[in-house]
Design a protein around this ligand. Sequence first.
Ligand code: F6R
Length: 607
Amino acid sequence: MCGIVGLIGDRVKVGDLIEALEKLEYRGYDSAGVAFLKNHELNITKSKGKVESLKNQLQDRLNELIQIGIAHTRWATHGEPNDINAHPHSDCSCKISVVHNGIIENFRTLKIRLQELGHKFLSQTDTEVIPHLIEEYYNGDLLEAVRKAVLKLEGSYAIAVVHADHPDIIVGARKGSPMVVGVNGQTIGLASDITPLLKFTKEVVFLEDGELVELSKGTVKIIGFDGVARKHHPVFVEWSYEDAQKSGYKHFMLKEIFEEPSCIVSVLTGRIKSGHVVLEEFKPFEKNLANSKAIKVIACGTSYHAALVFKYLLENTTDITADVDVSSEFRYKKPHLKPESIVVAISQSGETADTLESVRLAKRCGAKIIAVTNVVGSTLTREADCVLYLNAGPEISVAATKSYVAQLVMLYLLALKIGEILSNSIVQNSELIDRLMRIPEIFENSLKSVDKIHELAKKYKDYKHFMYIGRGYGYPTALEGALKLKEISYIHATGYPAGELKHGPIAMLGPEFPVFAIAPGDSLSPKMKSNIIECKSRNAKILALTNYDNQEIAELADDVIFVNNSNEELYPLLMTPAIQLFAYFVADELGLDPDKPRNLAKSVTVE
Ligand code: F6R
């Protein structure tokens, strides 16, 4: 999704804006641009394609000191990706420059009105109405002109604005799209997320919806859309600038997979005491749980697969039913929620538009929202009744990897806690807790198969189709394996419950259509064995993911990846690195960039 940034300070250079944009690349984009003031003159450069091409255009100016600057990575929503539609956009006088993340829903009406007033438009974007509106209201006070302009906007946005006559001011505004303000540094700034600001400061303020910010050298002023001053206490961010770098790995995705054991430790830290799960945040909702006996879970993409693991876990180990919905479906359905209902909303970014709208729908029914997210201060955290933070650190690669693992661990803890509250068998829980505590170490072992998985990726990379199958706890892993492969290698992959094969998809199998079988030695292993035999008799190659003791499956398969033996509830966790690494190496072997898959965005902030 689009990324915006604005920087102000005595030592800011053109190159700093480019570097900041590079930090936002992971969000997904198709064009980029900058606007900066130097000697009171507004300079704008825009380019279709990668930040690299923008950087090449500015190669001779990267070391030039500037007064202020804003920059943008655009992910097209209105108008094709080209130089003209790229941000920043300007007014008729070419003094005002704006970058925008989000969608202005009433831009057509506004554009017609502005055109009637004589404004000339150059692009097909919704964004361009903003500088023209500001121009209409501008009377020497930039903050006030932006305030009046945003009152006319409908939709979601985070914007940053500069004016050639105000070389020491950047104005930002937020409604529905994230904006972080870096404070207390020699250089301060604003951005769509923390990453580009970490080089300059670790103290940030998360702007709320309906707020404007005016940054001038060393000072930050925040007001509401009503013009009244607002107070914020800066938050100290633990993430280091280095955390957001590749640390010697070829890609962020590989680095992030190898960070999974430490992510598990982070999630577990302080969460288990004397054999019990500590989730104080959940305490106020224990009564709701006892009354409703059901939990609604909403999420998208990979987070939805984590939700499915949670469902199996909860329903197999407690009396609670878990009803899981994809957010984009749930938000348009009759919600069937009551005031005592509990809704668990899972979102790595905390900014996924469909999940946020689903949360708002659930809140209108009076339901209590438990957020499971990785991003402190994200919109979801501010709308939820309780937040379970993953503390997985920044995830730069577009494909979710370590955040998925962290989500699973947090959801195991939540399921265990629920079991405990409902007086489920503590014996069973304590065994699982014991195993969970040892997971980081066992996980390291799973990652040792990296060379073997690399070899298998080389062997299988030229197939055009893949069928991922699993049963029970293995089914969400099959879905996630297929999603990882298709999103970064562009190979067609389908995830299916193995028992459903014969109801249709088995028709596709053959020598050109291999099967990736998620087949741990759990209670459903004999059933998986039959399914694998069915596939083999259609001449499909079998790549099986199983545990060391499950020799029967290993003998049936053409190729095998082994993980440590465990209890069945934990296999979704243990098997995850293998499906992620397989997808990673296939993409890399095909010469693709796994960190920036085409057409995808890290934070899906529009519907
Ligand atoms: C896949 C992936 C996406 C996200 C989905 C939801 O690798 O990353 O499918 O899981 O867009 O995003 P969050 O979890 O941020 O709500």
